[in-house]
Design a protein around this ligand. Structure first.
Ligand SMILES: CC/C=C\C=C\CC(=O)SCCNC(=O)CCNC(=O)[C@H](O)C(C)(C)COP(=O)(O)OP(=O)(O)OC[C@H]1O[C@@H](n2cnc3c(N)ncnc32)[C@H](O)[C@@H]1OP(=O)(O)O
Length: 295
């Protein structure tokens, strides 16, 4: 795995990096210019998501959204598994927080605050305009599935498997799977079968149904490919890439006309950007690869 920080370009960069490194249970690295690697880093518990980690997600992706040094992100899990879902012990501490109130309305408000925090954590991945490539190995359970459905591209190893396990622990999933998975996988019947039974889905089925679009025999091969893809994205105009994600997010649930109206508004400015001229000239002259300033 790549652990080296290459090419450091400014003081600001160091500032960002120091700030970025301080997220609980999330390891931040910069394997090549403009490519960030975020690793779930709670391997002793198969990267179960603690309360601190939920907060980290929100802060980390909001910060990457506005960090000009970041153009694309690879999201992986350390250790044996990608993610074991919510930290079941943190659910117990939520119980303790609840027990401080007798009144149902006040207990409800505690729950609302917590669920909202968890939901916003993964929505911050969707809202971050830098494309996020999730690389999944081993188990991807419960909140792990919620997490990857908020990413842009998903690769996996052949040993990976997926479980919308919430129903088996007595709850309806509430941090994104029920909203995003049906949009990721075409078959409503399959999504409902997965969510209503909590059964395991193996990697081959995940590929077949479109949850992931590539399978690799080993994590090393997957990481290498993911970093290559990330580098390709990072070499492109950040204006073009970020507007592409913005437009695709916006258009997902809207009519074609609404999507077209939205991208027209964006491109009436963006096509006047230096990036368009630089990239179009490089493509037309088949000259040297274009370089783009920070965004
Ligand atoms: C408001 C609500 C918002 C979000 C809700 C989300 C719901 C969910 O996420 S539902 C899914 C909950 N997760 C699970 O049910 C998974 C439970 N874990 C497992 O099934 C397995 O541990 C495994 C992930 C398949 C890995 O198995 P294995 O490789 O055999 O390792 P283990 O020995 O089982 O585990 C190692 C170590 O990790 C601890 N651990 C695993 N998962 C969790 C978890 N989710 N929460 C807390 N701790 C977990 C496990 O207890 C072991 O700890 P030791 O101290 O070493 O015993």
């Amino acid at each position: 795995m790549l652990h080296i920080i290459t090419r450091v370009s400014s003081r600001n960069f160091f500032g960002n990096l120091r700030k970025m490194s301080s997220f609980a249970n999330l390891k931040v690295e910069i394997p090549s210019p403009y490519v960030f690697h975020i690793e779930l880093d709670n391997p002793k518990k198969s990267n179960a998501i603690s309360r601190e980690m939920w907060t980290s997600f929100g802060e980390c992706f909001a910060s990457l959204h506005s960090n000009p040094e970041c153009r694309t992100i690879v999201l992986s899990g350390s250790g044996k598994n990608f993610c074991a879902g919510i930290d079941l012990m943190s659910l117990m501490s939520l119980g303790t927080e609840l027990s401080e109130h007798e009144d149902l309305a006040r207990r409800g408000r505690v729950m609302e605050r917590n669920i909202r925090l968890y939901q916003d954590a993964f929505t911050s991945i969707e809202n971050c305009l830098k494309p996020v490539i999730a690389v999944v190995h081993g188990a991807c359970i419960g909140a792990g599935v919620d997490l990857i459905t908020a990413t842009d591209v998903r690769y996996c190893t052949s040993d990976s498997y997926y479980q919308v396990k919430e129903v088996q622990i007595g709850m309806a999933a509430d941090v994104g799977t029920l909203q995003r998975l049906p949009k990721v996988i075409g078959s409503q019947s399959l999504v409902r079968e997965l969510c209503l039974t909590g059964r395991r889905m193996e990697s081959q089925e995940a590929l077949q149904c479109g949850l992931v679009n590539r399978i690799f025999p080993t994590k090393e091969e997957m990481m290498k490919f993911a970093f290559e893809t990330a580098k390709q994205i990072a070499a492109l105009s950040p204006v073009a890439v970020q507007n592409t994600k913005k437009s695709m997010n916006y258009s997902f649930n809207r009519t074609n006309q609404e999507g077209l109206d939205h991208i027209r508004e964006i491109n009436m400015l963006s096509l006047q950007s230096e990036d368009f001229l630089t990239a179009a000239t490089a493509a037309a002259t088949k000259g040297e690869a274009a370089e783009f300033s920070k965004l």
